[in-house]
Design a protein around this ligand. Structure first.
Ligand code: ADP
Ligand code: F6P
Length: 320
């Protein structure tokens, strides 16, 4: 193997840069040339590639976002787009691609592999919703960001004896809401994985905790659940507690990666580059119980991640 490429795709995640750095340096150390692909699969289709050196990835380990930019590429969803991308790889002599992204990006990697270009996926998403992998790159940083911001909300919420309803990212996944909800001691946590009952899980809980002396309340709501402004109005009407809604939004995807994400991304990038250099293809890197491993992409995409319902129940028990 003489030449590989690395790209970032889909929603960005803090730690993507650390993964890119690790891929680039691991391959260069082994005498392999590396191209950085600009803006995900769009960059492959449009032939936007830059040769990477040891110094191109200096000073990015600690930065959020992705130095390679990212994109969602409708063109790559088509066979023609995938063929074009593979053609560009062949033109440059690229023998393998490391794809940093979420499950959508891995589906893309599957398609590119089918066009004869070996691909390895590195799970990068704040949603932590990759079935084969306990923790994805970006999840830890985003959890810390949310905890930090909701701590601030709590200050004002507490001063006014209010209820704060906070929308957390994760259209189909409640991991970030669960983790940060535990971290801030939310009175109620609503996630798409577990059905909720407005009266039982919010109103009755607020009244019960109020009877135990609580004066302010935090309700953490995953994005996929619905409109938090509406929910806040319903809560105020049902409890009489003044309630405000806050949508945290894309700040959750930004910021300097935590130490944990930097370490995970460095390990995964190094591991992914080695998989490619060993001639492997259609693999996804994962970490489970602190051990790095890899899975076939098909298998990885088919795997369902059991939601940590025991953590959910634990949160309800102690946040009173
Ligand atoms: P994420 O990787 O964060 O889940 P997306 O789901 O938006 O993000 O996917 C990122 C990109 O991956 C898409 O814009 C598209 O270019 C590519 N992709 C996603 N699904 C497929 C698919 N089934 N076939 C080919 N490419 C895909
Ligand atoms: O996948 C990460 C994520 O931030 C989800 O939590 C969210 O639903 C989605 O991306 C939003 O994506 P965007 O606003 O970039 O289209």
């Amino acid at each position: 193997m003489k030449k590989i490429a690395v790209l970032t795709s889909g929603g960005d995640a803090p730690g993507m840069n650390a993964a890119v750095r690790a891929v680039v340096r691991t391959a260069l150390n082994a005498g392999i040339e590396v191209y950085g692909v600009i803006r995900g699969y769009n960059g492959l289709i449009r032939d936007e590639l830059v040769p990477m050196t040891l110094r191109s990835v200096s000073n990015i380990l600690q930065q959020g976002g992705t130095m390679l930019y990212t994109a969602r590429s409708p063109e790559f969803m088509t066979l023609e787009g995938q063929q074009k991308a593979a053609e560009v790889c062949r033109k440059h002599g690229i023998e393998g691609v490391v794809v940093c992204g979420g499950d959508g990006s891995f589906r893309g990697a599957q398609k590119l592999s089918q066009q004869g270009i070996p691909c390895i996926g590195i799970p990068c998403t704040i949603d932590n919703d990759i079935g084969c992998c306990e923790y994805t790159i970006g999840y830890d940083t985003a959890t810390n960001t949310v905890v930090d911001m909701v701590d601030k909300l709590r200050d004002t919420c507490q001063s006014h004896d209010r209820c704060s309803v906070v929308e957390i990212m994760g259209r189909h996944a409640g991991w970030l809401t669960l983790g940060s909800g535990i971290g801030v001691g939310a009175t109620s946590i609503l996630v798409p994985e577990i059905p909720y009952d407005f009266q039982r899980d919010i109103v009755d809980r607020m009244k019960y905790t109020a009877s135990l002396g609580k004066h302010h309340f935090i309700v953490m709501v995953a994005e996929g659940i619905g409109d938090v402004q509406h929910l806040a109005e319903d809560i105020e009407a049902a409890t009489g507690v003044e309630t405000r809604a806050t949508v945290l939004g894309h700040v959750q995807r930004g910021g300097r990666p935590s130490a944990r994400d930097r370490i995970l991304a460095s390990q995964m990038g190094h591991y992914a580059a080695h998989l490619l250099m060993e001639g492997k293809t259609e693999r996804v890197v994962a970490v489970n119980n602190n051990v790095l491993m890899d899975f076939d992409i098909d298998e990885a995409l088919a795997m369902k991640k059991p939601f940590k319902s025991h953590m959910f129940r634990m949160a309800a028990e102690i946040s009173i």
